[in-house]
Design a protein around this ligand. Structure first.
Ligand SMILES: Cc1cc2nc3c(=O)[nH]c(=O)nc-3n(C[C@H](O)[C@H](O)[C@H](O)COP(=O)(O)OP(=O)(O)OC[C@H]3O[C@@H](n4cnc5c(N)ncnc54)[C@H](O)[C@@H]3O)c2cc1C
Length: 241
């Protein structure tokens, strides 16, 4: 494969790199207040009680027991998604690839056929509807042409000896970037409540589809690690405790 040729991608990557996260972490943290050091032994004694306790903590928004865990994700997504992502400040740590220290790879986002293209309604209550074939063709061609041109300009400057940190100014927000993002279940729930759209949400949100694609993949991973906590989050209207 020729690394200098643009690649056009319509999906994002989310991989769990490492974790220390389970429902028992929540129970342990919650029970220390009543069971003290014995709380660890209590965890598996009564699963129904454990489920009930997690649900109670979620419902009454006792949030801190959901912080004693950690998940590190590798995420590859367009820069415009990272701009939204990095607004989530609390309970998150980020490290992103550098455009100063390495040559940026020509991976660019082009929406897939299932991406709804047309926005209707008023701000804050947008509805997105299908684009026509012509609109999809236009979007694909306009984006690919523009990406090819800007990446060629980037390479021309690098070849002429211009520093990476200067040449990168021509690259668009549809360029893919990579980062590690570390969070805990509480900060992830806050993120999910804002960056997913769900009929089960007590407080609806209207996220951009591309960050929602990242959020959905993160939620699926997290649901596998902490199924009781995830179920309680959904059952209580997807409100972060
Ligand atoms: C659908 C949608 C549209 C958006 N549109 C825009 C937009 O047009 N322009 C724009 O700039 N942003 C926009 N945002 C970003 C939004 O304003 C938030 O910055 C982002 O969602 C992160 O939320 P947060 O601050 O609650 O998260 P975090 O930064 O993770 O904070 C978590 C919580 O900690 C508390 N907290 C954190 N910092 C402070 C503080 N300084 N003071 C007091 N309490 C604090 C709050 O309770 C906060 O909810 C949008 C977000 C969404 C979901």
């Amino acid at each position: 494969m020729d690394d200098s040729q643009p690649r056009f991608l319509d999906d994002v990557t989310v991989e769990l790199v490492r974790h220390s996260a389970s429902d028992t972490d929540v129970l342990w943290a919650a029970r220390v207040s009543t069971a003290g050091e014995q709380s660890l032994e209590e965890i598996n004694k009564d699963p129904e009680r454990s489920r009930g306790l997690i649900n109670y903590l979620m419902r009454d928004r006792h949030g801190s027991p959901f912080e004693h865990n950690s998940m590190t994700f590798f995420i590859r997504a367009p820069i415009f998604v990272f701009r939204e992502f990095h607004r989530h400040r609390v309970g998150w740590s980020y490290n992103e690839e550098s455009g100063r220290y390495r040559e940026l790879q020509p991976d660019f986002y082009v929406p897939g056929r299932e991406r709804r293209l047309v926005q209707e309604g008023r701000p804050g209550k947008y509805v997105f509807v299908e684009g026509t074939d012509e609109q999809h063709k236009l979007v694909t061609e306009a984006m690919e042409d523009s990406y090819r041109q800007s990446y060629a300009a980037y390479q021309e400057m690098l070849e002429a000896g211009v520093a990476r940190e200067v040449a990168r100014a021509v690259l668009p927000v549809g360029l893919f970037s990579s980062m590690y993002a570390t969070c805990n279940a509480r900060s992830l729930m806050h993120f999910l409540s804002l960056r997913t759209k769900s009929e089960q949400a007590k407080v609806p949100s209207f996220p951009q589809r591309e960050i929602e694609m990242v959020a959905e993949k993160m939620e699926a991973v997290w649901a596998g690690l902490m199924p009781l906590t995830h179920a309680a989050f959904v059952a209580n209207g997807r409100v972060a405790p």
